[in-house]
Design a binder for this molecule. Structure first.
Ligand SMILES: Nc1ncnc2c1ncn2[C@@H]1O[C@H](COP(=O)(O)OP(=O)(O)OP(=O)(O)O)[C@@H](O)[C@H]1O
Ligand SMILES: Cc1ncc(COP(=O)(O)O)c(N)n1
Length: 277
């Protein structure tokens, strides 16, 4: 028997199940890779204290990573919410001690409902220490903007420029996600030479909680299975578009994407890929 490829996520636990570790593990399972996790913080709002982020200790973070590496090992790794400078530095040192071939860095900073998922003084460590280890980084518009010192990004042309400039931070590929723009859902991939544009139709829904986590987890899964980056992004974009198409909510709050949508409903949309020179 050929065993499934192995992927580990280092991220926050999202109690509602739509994002973070929960979205990552659901996505790994859907894409038939063996999922493992290192929980950096637990996110869930206490009704009385209003505290929302409950960080884990560095010791607990190191313990989880060492256990997963010793018991299983990894063909791919993804990072999500790291929350603090210390956790970023720990992640860098863990990766340096156990190098992994495919590293997806989702530079999670702010949640959809505007919860703060990265402390301000952690951005420099992210830029200087973690991003240079990344195979691919996957910022959304607010994250790309913060990484570029607060630059306004209002159009696809702005996203292209941002991708070229973010490449200087040292990841091998940059994927800037245009989910927050109007019109079709366009993402830009840059490899230092060529710009590729991935376009999906915009789906009229508010239930996109965890879309970014799901997308980066799917990229990590496809890379770990041996796909080239451009193909991994294409297949992951198709997976997340289908998950958004079938997103839903159990309450009056913004709901999750449906991670099992591709399995249950088949691919909803073709993604248009174009190369821009
Ligand atoms: N309404 C939508 N219809 C189709 N695709 C979408 C929609 N919203 C986001 N996407 C796509 O989903 C993927 C995740 O991107 P998105 O920008 O939402 O990431 P995110 O990190 O969750 O960002 P944010 O927190 O800003 O919404 C991208 O491929 C994006 O283009
Ligand atoms: C623990 C955790 N990690 C990440 C996100 C971002 O989610 P999204 O994919 O919607 O940007 C989140 N809301 N919670």
């Amino acid at each position: 028997m050929k065993y499934p490829s192995r992927v580990i996520t280092i991220a926050g636990s999202a109690a509602g199940g739509s994002a973070g570790i929960q979205a990552d593990l659901k996505t790994f399972q859907e894409l038939d890779v063996y999922g493992m996790s290192v929980v950096t913080a637990i996110v869930g709002r206490h009704p009385e204290t209003d505290k929302n982020v409950h960080p884990q200790t560095i010791e607990a973070i190191e313990a989880q990573f060492h256990t997963a590496m010793k018991q299983v090992g990894a063909d791919g790794l993804k990072t999500g919410m790291l929350f603090s400078k210390e956790v970023i530095e720990t992640t860098v040192s863990l990766i340096n001690r156990h190098p992994v071939k495919n590293i997806v860095v989702d530079p999670v900073m702010v949640g959809k409902l505007d919860s703060k998922l990265l402390e301000d003084d952690a951005i420099e460590a992210l830029k200087e220490k973690l991003l240079p280890l990344a195979t691919i980084m996957t910022p959304n518009i607010p994250e790309a903007s913060l990484l570029l010192g607060g630059r306004a990004l209002n159009s696809v042309a702005d996203l292209r420029e941002a991708a070229v400039d973010l490449y200087q931070l040292g990841s091998n590929y940059v994927l800037v996600k245009g989910g927050r723009l109007e019109g079709p859902a366009i993402d830009i991939l840059y490899d230092g030479k060529t710009i590729k544009q991935y376009e999906a139709p915009r789906i009229n829904t508010v239930n996109t909680s965890g879309a970014g986590c799901t997308y980066s987890a799917a990229i990590a899964a496809y890379l770990a299975k041996g796909n080239h980056i451009a193909d991994a992004v294409l297949m992951a974009k198709s997976f997340v578009t289908t998950a958004i198409e079938h997103g839903f909510s159990y309450t009056d709050m913004v709901g999750p994407t449906y991670h099992a949508a591709m399995r249950n409903n088949g691919e909803a949309h073709k993604i248009i890929v174009s190369e821009i020179t």
